[in-house]
Design a protein around this ligand. Sequence first.
Ligand code: GTP
Ligand code: MG
Length: 464
Amino acid sequence: MNKINPDDTIVAISTPIGEGGISIVRLSGTRAIKIADGIFRAKDGGTPSRFETYTTHYGWIAGGPHAKVVDEVILTVMKAPKSYTKEDIVEINCHGGNQAVKKVMDLTLKLGARLAEPGEFTKRAFLNGRIDLTQAEAVLDVIRAKTEGSLKVAMGQLEGELSASVSEILKDVTDITAEVEAAIDFPDEELEFVRRAELLVRVKEILAKIRGLVESYDNGMVFREGVLAIICGKPNVGKSSLMNLLLKRDRVIVSPVPGTTRDAVEETINLNGIPVRLVDTAGISETRDILEKESVKRSKKYLELSDIAILMLDASTPMGKADKEIAGIIGGKKKIVLLNKIDLVKKAVPRKLKERFKGDVVIEISVKNKKGIERLEKAIERSILSGAFNQGESAVVSNARHKEALDKAYGSMLSVNKALEESESPEITAIDLKEAIFNLGLVVGKSVSDDILDRIFSRFCIGK
Ligand SMILES: Nc1nc2c(ncn2[C@@H]2O[C@H](COP(=O)(O)OP(=O)(O)OP(=O)(O)O)[C@@H](O)[C@H]2O)c(=O)[nH]1
Ligand SMILES: [Mg+2]
């Protein structure tokens, strides 16, 4: 299925299902324009096969010259090879809703179009060589981006920053392989000392480049997928109040009665471009009834999954058994300790309390008076992003598939490095080089199997 039959013309509704201003039916393939000829009546009397590429025309869709009009539309023709898929594309802007657009699509099916599979338009763009696999995958990331930061990382990838970096490395490795293979083919010219030293320098440069990409992953992934931050603490310390404050709306119920929150509530906030999935949990205490037991179990479950734990304490009361128990559950995970209700405290917070959480960020806040919230937001951001990270200045790896392939390529290049240092035979060096080429090829989609392609594109929406 990963070979394109040029006569196989695909069609899909590319806009979300439901009511809206317009809905778009998109066709791609050699028959796209012919099919449009069969169903479109232009106001100006022209036919799609005569339209200039990238022109838009007003008219009506009908099943034939005497058939009833199905919808009033705007039709755009984009001719191969300058289109999204590099094939002829026709886009029909119908009235929004379900019925008209469905009828328009049915007519194209009658004239020989086939329903597109998820992501098939983008897959064709890849198979036809307009974009590489990292760019195809970036299309999905752009669609799913939740914050400006995620969008920036995805757009960089879509524009080919990652492709360019990986392709450059791939070219370097390929050049080296050619030289090493020459030494196999002409054994008289065994890799002599000087050439070996020169190759080693280049291999080390490649290793540094791959490492740079791999190291960008932790931050890249954060922008792409966001992080999970859990607010936990004993009942009544102000967890839900904090959740509402960070969300800037009254999402969860707040009350002076301990045990108000029963279920974990999750919402995404945008922290300087980083999507943070924030979870308010039920207060953890010595369990009283069955329901509480269940909700406490959920809180614990969330804590296990979380990337970062926000442990909230009540600064106006001494630290108790429950607080200690929760700190124990969090264990060695990254945590931020909040001393809330600082407005109720006349004296400074006892040093002992702060010492207990040595090594953690401890912040005094008052949700009531909105004190310390900026410091908290900064602390979350700092604990998520590692090191100096200049997002958008160079290629960023944000996808686990890419990271895995780059890790493997790095391993192979380490072996190449070793083989050269230990004056191994060129044959052995060449095997590792080929392995590196294979894995770098996986990233950009050169050596990727049909299975992997199917898996990648099946995550797309239909019509993209
Ligand atoms: N004085 C003061 N009161 C606060 C502060 N933050 C929250 N509260 C109050 O503390 C009480 C409990 O707040 P919640 O946000 O419901 O506490 P919770 O931790 O979600 O409680 P459970 O859901 O029962 O676990 C409410 O009456 C809040 O108004 C604060 O900074 N100062
Ligand atoms: Mg609550």
